[in-house]
Design a protein around this ligand. Structure first.
Ligand SMILES: [Zn+2]
Length: 258
């Protein structure tokens, strides 16, 4: 049997508005291949197209996780549930989403809610299991809709993903792991305050000191400032290896084991 690996493939690195609307960057979310477990996180607009382009098989998905219902994260959630369940002909897979993605003004259509094996509601300090992978949603983020970040645990690695949020005191302390992925929409702090900026990401990285940090989910100001140069600068400033994700980047967590 082949040795099991954990990889993360970025199916998109765009945040809402300009970068997404014009598809300067793709917005398909991320594919987590964790040993034998396949997870799709935040399938934004074009996720289906990006999955096909990367030759990934959505009928093999074990779970789809939604951090929050904003369209740049959820645009393709319905078609991806269809793809995971072979249009409802196979009852399989799990869906995880905050309550407000299912209740008021839902983004998951009613008619396909019976397709997956289960739909589980994410809550603050929740713990969830998908085969031999577990994840936690340690704190509700400060964002206009109900939003969670994640700590994933596989038999081999622990890593965190800090999704959309306004910066708040103690944010870094909720997360852990050798790898930290952060959604960094803005180059500079300031209004509108609902997203993290680059200096705030730097503060979080310095507090957590993971082996590697990956920046993603870029707005226009980040994109224009050349994300890879910003990452290089942050590496020099913090002493932590910081990478700017690009569309299609496949990160192998085995790199962290050295
Ligand atoms: Zn959002």
């Amino acid at each position: 049997m082949a040795e099991l690996t954990d990889t993360i493939t970025f199916l998109g690195t765009a945040a809402a508005r300009f970068v997404l609307i014009h598809q300067f960057l793709a917005s398909g979310g991320a594919w987590l291949n964790l040993g034998d477990t396949q997870i799709l996180l935040d399938p934004g607009p074009g996720s289906l197209v990006q999955v096909a382009r990367r030759k990934l098989d959505p009928s093999k998905l074990d779970a789809i996780i939604l951090s929050h219902k904003h369209l740049d994260h959820s645009g393709d959630i319905n078609i991806m549930i269809e793809a995971m369940t072979d249009a409802g002909t196979k009852k399989r897979g799990m869906v995880f989403a905050p309550a407000d993605a299912l209740n008021q003004d839902p983004v998951i259509l009613s008619y396909l809610r019976s397709y997956p094996q289960s739909i589980q509601v994410l809550t603050e300090d929740g713990s969830y299991t998908i085969d031999d992978v577990s994840f936690r949603t340690p704190v509700r983020h400060k964002h206009p809709v109900e939003t969670y970040g994640f700590i994933f645990r596989t038999p081999r690695h622990t890593f965190s993903w800090i999704t959309d949020t306004r910066y708040f005191e103690g944010l870094a302390g909720y997360y852990e792991g050798d790898l930290l992925i952060i959604n960094v929409v803005r180059l500079n702090p300031g209004a509108p305050l609902d997203h993290l900026s680059l200096p705030e990401a730097g503060t979080i990285i310095e507090k957590l000191r993971p082996k590697t940090a990956i920046l993603t989910h870029f707005g226009m100001t980040m994109w224009r400032a050349r994300t890879w140069e910003l990452a290089k600068k942050l590496t020099e400033e913090t002493g932590v290896t910081v990478i700017a994700a690009r569309d299609g980047l496949k990160f192998d967590l085995a790199q962290l084991d050295k």
